[in-house]
Design a protein around this ligand. Structure first.
Ligand SMILES: O=C(O)CCC(=O)c1ccccc1C(=O)O
Length: 383
């Protein structure tokens, strides 16, 4: 990566287009904190003076369930603060952006959306795939699938059956109090050998330690984010009581959070989401830290459209992404994605594209179809 960092150029972004899209999910997705029927998202396009476009996607949801960010707060942050910061001085490398954006507290998904678009443009200008610009080496990535809470256990078993048959490399089941030990027992009975994990999205407290210990007998790969979204201390206590590795998602918003979690013993695995940690550069730093400490990582999903999905594929090519992530096929979510070709999964693998940048073409016709409103920001208007 040192070599890549050395390849500086001036990135002459002339204008930025923010588009607000709304896309219907094929099927509702239920977690411990709510049900998603559709996805609102912000697509970020940065265009340089030669007319080359870079693409990023905000992964914030419509409501502040997963974190405090929403599509509207992201739009506000981009419009009022982040786009003006992008234009405030010349940019030679996307890795300069985290420092520039550090003037703004948090709002990581908004930062990541713009930083991601600049990375795509940068890689296109270099003529290399984004995966390579980030230092990734894998040609294929292994993926799993995240399955929402279903109306009945019979429904869940049927859904799992379908994804196992499609070759997904691990199954993630959402749990919450009242939908946990008995459900996992039934899943294990039906699928004794399937690589299986449970995700609680912060639905428990330390008072539930006994209930979570009861999951130890099912040989889960990990339990993801059982306790509060901002906690590291109680997770360390819980990890000392469990055989099953804890994986943290919501609690890790930065390199420093990851360092503290590993020092405290709050988890043995980290889910890296580019949006949650504020961008590709911070994601890579967390990856590198975990690699040094022999802690495996995997790439989480936020029900992304094609652009966000392509970024997830690129970061997953880094070596220490050794566990299958949540980056399922486009067709798992959408009737029609916004990229061509769509992301396909074969035998639980995604072939990493080798075209420059994100490696997929943005399908402007589909983007138009899903766009509800858009706004253009010119360099001269804010410089
Ligand atoms: O398929 C995906 O994109 C992952 C879906 C998922 O698990 C999820 C969906 C919405 C909000 C939070 C999460 C999560 O990873 O915790």
């Amino acid at each position: 990566m040192a070599a890549e960092r050395g390849r500086r150029m001036t990135i002459n972004i002339e204008y930025v287009i923010l588009r607000h899209l709304q896309m219907e999910l094929k099927a509702p997705f239920t977690t411990s904190f709510g049900t998603f029927q559709r996805k609102e998202l912000i697509l970020v396009e940065v265009v340089d003076r030669d007319g080359v476009s870079g693409w990023g996607e905000s992964v914030a949801f419509s409501a502040p369930w997963y974190s405090e960010e929403t599509v509207k707060t992201n739009w506000h942050m981009l419009e009022e603060f982040l786009v003006p910061l992008l234009f405030s001085e010349p940019l030679r490398h996307p890795a300069e952006l985290p420092e520039r954006f550090a003037a703004i507290r948090q709002n990581n998904m908004a930062k990541a959306a713009l930083e991601g678009a600049v990375w795509d443009l940068y890689a296109k200008r270099l003529g290399v795939p984004l995966s390579q610009a980030l230092g990734g080496t894998k040609k294929d990535i292994e993926v799993g699938v995240s399955i929402g809470i279903q109306p009945t256990v019979a429904d869940l078993l049927q859904v799992i059956e379908r994804y196992v048959a499609q070759g997904y490399r691990r199954i993630k089941v959402k749990i919450k109090p009242g939908w946990d030990v008995d459900v996992i027992r039934d899943v294990r009975r039906a699928f004794p050998d399937v690589p299986l994990m449970a995700d609680a999205n912060s639905a428990y407290t330390l008072a539930d330690a006994k209930r979570l210990q009861a999951l130890d007998e099912f040989g889960l790969m990990m339990i993801e984010q059982p306790l509060a979204a901002d906690d590291l201390v109680d997770h360390a206590r819980l990890q000392s009581l469990l055989q099953t590795p804890i994986c943290l998602d919501e609690s890790i918003r930065s390199y420093d959070d990851a360092r503290k979690a590993l020092d405290l013993g709050s988890c043995r695995i980290i889910n890296i989401k580019i949006g949650r940690v504020g961008g590709l550069w911070e994601a890579k730093r967390i990856h590198d830290l975990c690699a040094e400490r022999s802690v495996p990582v995997w790439c989480g999903g936020m029900l992304e459209a094609g652009v966000g999905r392509a970024h997830n594929i690129a970061i997953t090519t880094l070596e220490n992404f050794t566990l299958p992530g949540d980056t399922a096929a486009s067709s798992h979510y959408w009737e029609r994605d916004i990229i061509t070709p769509e992301v396909e999964v074969q035998g639980g693998l995604i072939r990493v594209p080798d075209a420059p940048g994100i490696g997929y073409d943005v399908d402007r016709r589909q983007v138009e179809r899903y766009t509800q409103f858009a706004k253009v920001f010119h360099r001269t208007a804010t410089a």
